[in-house]
Design a protein around this ligand. Sequence first.
Ligand code: NAP
Length: 295
Amino acid sequence: MNIDNKITGKTKIIGIIGNPIEHSFSPQLHNSISEHLGVDLVYIPFKVEKKELESAVKGLKALNLIGFNVTLPYKRDIMKYIDDNTKEALLMGAVNTVKNIDGRLYGYNTDAEGFSKSFKEEMGTNFKDKKIVIIGAGGVARAIAVKIAIEGAKKICVINRTLSKANDISEIINNNITSISEAYGLDDKKGITAFNSSDIIINTTSIGMHPDKLKCPLDDSFEFQSGQIVYDTIYNPLKTKFLGKAEKKSCKIANGMGMLFYQGIYAYEIWTGIKLTDEMIKDSYKSFITILSNK
Ligand code: NAP
């Protein structure tokens, strides 16, 4: 690695905390954006043990970082150390981006924003008045469910192995946004009916992710219908078995790569106050893809 004399006493620092952290693409994404824009900023990964989370946050603040990302497993736990979480982040129950302004920490969720942006860009449509099925009920499912409810979905059906977790997400939507959500277990026929008549299907489970590429979150009782829009939040592999099945039935498909990219772009804008132009975003996407193909 050659960092020449680029880091000086004036260089601003951003971090990412998580555990594990070695697999993260974020340092390369953010450092390449800064380099491209000529912004004097460096982005550094920090592996943090669970028992050290509070001290790590205090340390990042004491060292005057301008902000940091938070990744698994701390997106929920971090919230208690943040001074102001956005209303959306509170409903989503997760923060992945923190900005430090004069020692006060502000928490945001850019995962859901990144999902929404990439979905609209790749699918050429939005969530307004759509019947949507979400498979899974973890952290990503909750953030996406809240986002698409805010953005005008007509119906949101959450299907998950553990029914109580799907119920929790539906209740959050019905009690705080609008009463449009239902929850089902994987073997409930009503879930299959909702699946068949939905406009959009989103997989938020980790099933089918590398190295378990042959696995699919749903069995064959769930059949894709031609014309449905199908999004998988997994980006490794680029085409999961789930997306392959949907493609065979002439569904429009997209993977989670755009979500990963745009959550980073939104975080960068929050920290730096720089609004990236379409041209800058296009260039950053090109270097992002180059980084990934060299991994
Ligand atoms: P999480 O909170 O751990 O939730 C995992 C979900 O997967 C739960 O609904 C869980 O069901 C389900 N699941 C896991 N193993 C299962 C199995 N063997 N059978 C049935 N269901 C199973 O994880 P998360 O934070 O929401 O992340 C989920 C996925 O989103 C990740 O794996 C990743 O692929 C993707 N992701 C993408 C991006 C991006 O930028 N594209 C960012 C973050 C995450 P139970 O509730 O029954 O346990």
